[in-house]
Design a protein around this ligand. Structure first.
Ligand SMILES: [Zn+2]
Ligand SMILES: [Zn+2]
Length: 329
């Protein structure tokens, strides 16, 4: 690559320190950084935000956390070499959070990147990964026009299903704890067959807690206890319901009532986020996954006000490709 265009790429990335393959150190400690690749919320595509996806940089590990559609494009935009990503965590199996997984697995295999990609997620993740691998049967039989057929796709990826309360340790000393949240609850009771997970990622004494989708949840509060950064979805219920009423003129009053109940119990209002962050004593809050129609700026004041009723710490509203660093301490 020409030197100036290489530099432009790095400038565009705004993330010069994401050098491939390097356990980036900040002073005396390893980097712990969260990049919001896609900050849209829900399954409605938008022009200005990519579907939910995040990149966690923890020492020499590059970890995808949720892989909504567009994940690999967003990785390219920050100059992240996909071959460095060997680990994926999926919070739950709604397709806004997993729609880009096929491209992550498939293009990694087409490039014949070394190593096996591990996809962690709730029960059902193995079925999803097996389905993606099955969809790679025809291209595997076609090959890449290079003579010999490529190795079977099944050897390029494995799925590991996690349960509520499970903790694992990854390469590089990154620990991850999973907690089942209330995103799939029925009238306050857990769904017996399906779970949605929130994750706490820790490196040394620092941690980032991520909740993809959840309603108010004591389990998430406990998971986030003392965390340095709580990354959370957010919903503007009033604006969302107004839009639904305008778009769905056919909706019955009963349907609107059940929609409002679903949105307010299976997702987080700003006041809910403030309560969780306050109780957990979170160091800061980063908002993403905006279930907010129209301009975010028109909701920002009320979001900050409602979170601030309980939580006095810093609150950041992420954009696509925002980067949040945890410094050393
Ligand atoms: Zn979602
Ligand atoms: Zn969801």
């Amino acid at each position: 690559m020409h030197k100036s265009s290489q530099f432009r790429t790095l400038l565009l990335a705004g993330l010069l320190s994401l050098s491939p393959g390097v356990a980036f150190a900040q002073g005396s400690c390893l980097a712990l950084r969260w990049v919001t690749l896609g900050t849209a919320g829900g399954p409605v595509p938008t022009a200005d935000r990519s579907e939910p996806a995040n990149l966690l940089i923890a020492g020499d590990q590059r970890i995808l956390v949720d892989t909504g559609d567009g994940t690999i494009d967003q990785l390219a935009r920050i100059g992240m070499d996909m071959r460095l990503v060997r680990t994926v965590f999926i919070s739950h199996l709604h397709l806004d959070h997993s729609g880009g997984l096929g491209a992550v697995i498939g293009l990694r295999w087409m490039n014949q990147f070394p190593g096996v990609l591990t996809v962690y997620g709730p029960p059902g993740t193995k079925e999803v990964v097996d389905g993606i691998v099955a969809s790679m049967g025809p291209p595997a039989r076609i090959g890449f026009g290079l003579g010999a057929l490529p190795p079977t796709p099944a050897g390029s990826v494995r799925a590991m299903e996690l349960r509520d309360g499970q903790s694992i340790t990854l390469d590089g000393g990154v620990t991850v704890k999973a907690a089942a949240n209330s995103h799939f609850d029925h009238d306050g009771k857990p769904d017996p067959a399906n779970i949605s997970l929130s994750y706490r990622f820790a490196l040394g004494s620092r941690s980032i807690t991520y909740t993809g989708d959840t309603g108010p949840s004591d389990a998430v509060t406990a998971l986030a206890s003392g965390t340095d950064m709580l990354v959370s979805e957010v919903i503007d219920l009033d604006r969302l319901m107004k839009e639904i009423r305008e778009r769905r003129v056919d909706a019955s009053p009963e349907m609107l009532v059940s929609m409002q109940k679903h949105l307010s119990t299976h997702h987080l209002l700003p006041a809910d986020i403030g309560t969780i962050a306050f109780k957990a004593k979170a160091g800061k809050v980063v908002l993403t996954h905006y279930a907010i129609p129209g301009l975010l700026s028109e909701s920002e004041l009320s979001i900050r006000t409602d979170i601030g009723k309980a939580y006095a710490g810093p609150v950041d509203l992420a954009r696509d490709l925002s980067s949040f660093d945890l410094g050393c301490r």
